[in-house]
Design a protein around this ligand. Structure first.
Ligand SMILES: *Cc1c(COP(=O)(O)O)cnc(C)c1O
Length: 490
């Protein structure tokens, strides 16, 4: 090995030496609060990783200047790494994509009441499975069952981990080892590897496809009914739309057929809304109540899509069928936790007063927000930042379209207003990265070399924070593309 490399390797500080430097309050460029708050484990990890990185750089011939091994350089690097290690991995972001039910960002936001309820049950014991009337063991979903029945007209209900689980347990309990008839046009993939044929296979039920991709008729179902038929399944094709020459059997015809042959009918509704969204100008989606009134035996849907609650899978329907599902051991495997239950009860209670639900449940409030309201919000944001980013970016307000998200109403665009940013000192990709790297990341979208922030999915209360983040993100990335992560946003 060349003399110079050996000399550099010998000049690498020792771990203990670095720890002493870090403990020394006078360290140049050091952020005293970081080292004081950092657990010893992370301090040592940051030091070791940093020294190993320097050793590798020397061996690779990338580090050739002994100044890079001096106290100031080493400590400043370690503190930067430490700062990253101390930042929570799971943190809040500002969703300015305009996608309301954004699966990658946690789908639905909870209203204040639900959040308060989460705090309470998090810090206290609760009657999760304890029947206060009898003093005996109770069941957790019984705490929301009556509310669900009131709101939808169902005879009985239970709640499991998510809608995928709801579909799985229903198929397994009602049709294991037997046949389930489904229209070819409804064999959908939801994403995240949830495909109706695959879930069906894992549940032990045998899939019998009927009809053609675009058209299925009642006689197709009837012709396929055999001794072994356990269930007629309808899947609401919430995430894609068949258009053109199409035919689907209405649920009431399917339930009549089911009664004729004494075969239960199940509908996987997916998004599952309790209010009619057409009053906000959205396309009409069947409500849970309507589906049940159509006579289906079981309906399943998500808790965190159009319902606007926590992740959960709701199973509602006729008592005899729901009782069978409740009694199955899989129900224990897929059970919800106390936080889900706390949030879900709060959300469901809001639905007793539909107007209140629309005002207070964020998912519904965002979906029903009028373009004029969103425009005002965008103007507020513009006023806060325009003068402060002069020379760094051109800003304007543009009419655009938001998406419902969560695989619901995929082709429908909600009219909205966006703030459009044209960066002047960097590429739009650099700006996108800079905003994504902030302590409170700001997520928007790029369109035609502009960065777009859709204000539909930003709460009024978050506008000041968003303004601060944008000013810092826009200016920092203009001055130096690295280091945007150092910015502290509120
Ligand atoms: C979203 C969806 C599911 C899966 O629900 P999760 O709550 O995400 O598990 C199943 N079926 C349909 C039709 C859906 O839209």
């Amino acid at each position: 090995m060349p003399e110079i490399k050996q000399k550099l390797l010998r000049a690498i500080p020792k771990v203990d030496e670095c720890l002493t430097w870090l403990a020394d309050k006078g360290v140049a460029a050091a952020d005293a609060s970081i080292e004081a708050a950092a657990p010893q484990f992370l301090l040592k990890k940051a030091v070791r990783q940093n020294l190993a990185k320097r050793r590798a750089a020397i061996l690779a011939g990338e580090l050739t200047d002994s100044a890079d091994l001096r106290k100031e350089a080493v400590i400043s690097d370690i503190i930067k790494a430490l700062r990253q290690m101390m930042t929570p991995n799971f943190r809040t972001v500002i969703n300015a994509t305009g996608v309301v039910v954004h699966t990658n960002m946690g789908r639905s936001l909870l209203p204040a009441e639900a959040v308060n309820n989460l705090k309470k049950v998090g810090a206290h014991y609760a009657n999760l499975e304890f029947d206060l009337a009898t003093g005996k063991r109770g069941s957790r979903y019984s705490l929301v069952e009556e509310i669900l029945c009131d709101l939808t007209g169902a005879e009985a209900a239970l709640v499991v981990n998510n809608n995928a689980a709801a579909v799985f347990i229903s198929l397994s309990v009602l049709a294991k080892g037997r046949e389930v008839i489904v229209s070819r046009g409804q064999l959908v993939e939801i994403g995240g590897s949830f495909r109706i044929p695959d879930v069906m296979a894992r549940s032990g039920a045998r899939l019998v496809e009927v009809g053609a991709t675009n058209r299925t008729h009642l006689r197709d179902y009837e012709d396929a009914i055999r001794q072994d038929t356990a269930l007629l399944l309808k899947v609401h094709t919430s995430n894609y739309r068949l258009i053109g020459f199409t035919a689907e059997v209405p649920v009431t015809e399917l339930t009549s057929l089911g009664s004729k042959y004494n075969i239960p009918v199940m509908e996987d509704l997916g998004s599952g809304c309790l209010v009619d969204l057409s009053r906000f100008g959205l396309p009409r989606e069947p409500t849970v109540k309507e589906v049940l009134a159509g006579g289906v035996d079981v309906v399943t849907f998500s808790g965190d899509k159009l319902l606007g609650g926590p992740q959960a899978g709701l199973i509602l329907g006729k008592k005899a069928v729901i009782d069978k599902i409740k009694a199955d051991p899989l129900n224990r495997v897929l059970r919800i936790d106390k936080f889900t239950l706390a949030a879900l009860e709060s959300i469901l209670r809001l639905y007793y007063d539909e107007e209140r639900a629309i005002r207070e449940i964020p998912t519904l409030a965002m979906l029903s927000a009028a373009p004029a309201v969103i425009r005002k919000r965008a103007q507020r944001l513009l006023r806060r930042i325009k003068a402060k980013v002069t020379g760094y970016a051109n800003l304007s307000l543009t009419a655009s379209e938001s998406r419902v998200g969560g695989g619901s109403l995929p082709e429908y665009g909600l009219p909205t207003w966006t703030m459009t940013i044209l960066p002047l000192k960097m590429t739009v990709n650099a700006l996108e990265k800079s905003l994504r790297s902030l302590d409170t990341p700001v997520i928007g979208r790029i369109e035609n070399e502009h960065f777009l922030l859709d204000l539909r999915t930003v709460a009024d209360a978050d506008i000041p924070a968003l303004a601060t983040c944008l000013i810092q993100g826009i200016k920092l990335s203009g001055d130096r593309e690295q280091g945007a992560g150092d910015v502290e946003c509120p």
